[in-house]
Design a protein around this ligand. Structure first.
Ligand code: PMV
Length: 333
């Protein structure tokens, strides 16, 4: 099963690619997984081994502006800086665009400007927000009028976790069973958690040493703990949903932190080992654990990068700021 097969399933009559607007602007939030996605059962169409569940950061993410141009090749800018045509990022993006606009058929090219207000490739899901806002922009430009479910499937082809970036709030990405992935997409949960806050703790914005794609493949292939990770998700996902429904913050925090640490433990047991934490990451973890010992309900989660995201309730914001002055706080609802 290849990406082009999925495009044929979504657009059985072919991809409409007559632009109905001159320019479009769309936004998609980044999302932070509380129960992580780590491992693919199909690497080409980003089908996950397990389901996952995230919460969106409403003000943080990617805004994509697209306008049409004449020319030979699309042009892509990230935060107003033109991306070299031969960079890995541009090649990945162009290959994605070619799925919808095959070079032989197009009579125009796209000028794409993606503005991202979070560090890029540092484990803050910038690619999830980027691909989600890009597919929303294409949907508008060509007036595809696709459902958010179909857009989630298409966003997933760009970056797995982008499947969860089409909505605000809590979103579950269903694993699905089908080989074509038509049942693997984001589903928003109808529950909110008004006092939930996420604090982005910047530790380093250096680009990560190994991409999540390569790291996942290495973990699935070589870690003896991987089967345990799948079993852990089976347990964590329903427990997390229950904590959300019951607005039980301590359960939510415990599950999210333990889930993230289990994912990183599984990575550490890969060959070669994969470690996204820096010494400052571990130091910040110890601070969180110390504050918890002093009865503060504070938890963290970590993705494919050294930065931590702190989880806490709005009433504890002053104490979080006092202990982590560099934290950037986002109210989730
Ligand atoms: O979608 P990717 O390839 O950026 O992978 C995301 C992986 C994690 O952020 C570590 C976990 C997740 O569920 O978002």
């Amino acid at each position: 099963m290849k990406k082009s097969n999925v495009i044929d399933l979504i657009f059985p009559q072919g991809v409409p690619c007559v632009p109905l607007a001159e320019k479009v602007t769309t936004f998609a939030p980044t999302n932070i997984a509380l129960c992580k996605y780590w491992g693919k059962r199909n690497e080409d169409i980003n089908l996950p081994m397990t389901p996952s569940l995230s919460v969106a950061l409403p003000e943080k993410g990617a805004t994509t502006h697209i306008h049409l141009e004449e020319g030979e090749s699309h042009r892509v800018y990230v935060n107003a800086k033109e991306m070299p045509a031969d960079s890995a990022f541009t090649r990945r993006l162009f290959a994605y665009l070619d799925l919808f606009l095959p070079p032989a058929q197009r009579t125009f090219v796209l000028h794409i400007n993606i503005l991202v207000n979070i560090p890029i490739a540092a484990g803050l899901a910038s690619s999830a927000a980027g691909f989600a806002s890009l597919i929303l922009a294409l949907n508008e430009l060509f007036s595809w009028q696709l459902s958010l479910t179909s857009l989630s499937i298409l966003a997933r082809l760009g970056s797995g976790s982008a499947a969860r970036s089409l909505w605000d709030g809590f979103v579950e990405w269903e694993r699905g069973e089908r080989a074509d992935g038509m049942d693997s997409y984001g589903v928003p949960l109808a529950f909110t958690f008004p006092s939930l806050c996420v604090g982005v703790l910047p530790i380093s914005d250096a680009v990560k040493p190994i991409s999540s794609r390569e790291a996942m493949a290495c973990t699935v292939r070589t870690s003896q703990l991987y089967a345990g990770w799948e079993a852990q998700v089976d347990h964590d996902l329903p427990a997390l949903k229950k904590a959300i429904v019951e607005r039980d913050f301590v359960r939510l925090g415990e599950i999210a932190e333990h889930n993230a640490l289990s994912m990183h433990a599984t990575m550490l047991s890969s060959r070669p080992p994969i470690c996204y934490a820096l010494p400052q990451t571990t130091a910040a973890m110890h601070m969180v654990w110390q504050l918890r010992k002093e009865s503060m309900p504070l938890y963290f989660t970590q993705d494919a990068g050294p930065n931590l995201k702190l989880l806490f309730l709005s009433e504890h914001m002053p104490k979080v700021i006092a202990n982590f002055p560099e934290v950037e706080i986002v109210s989730v609802f």
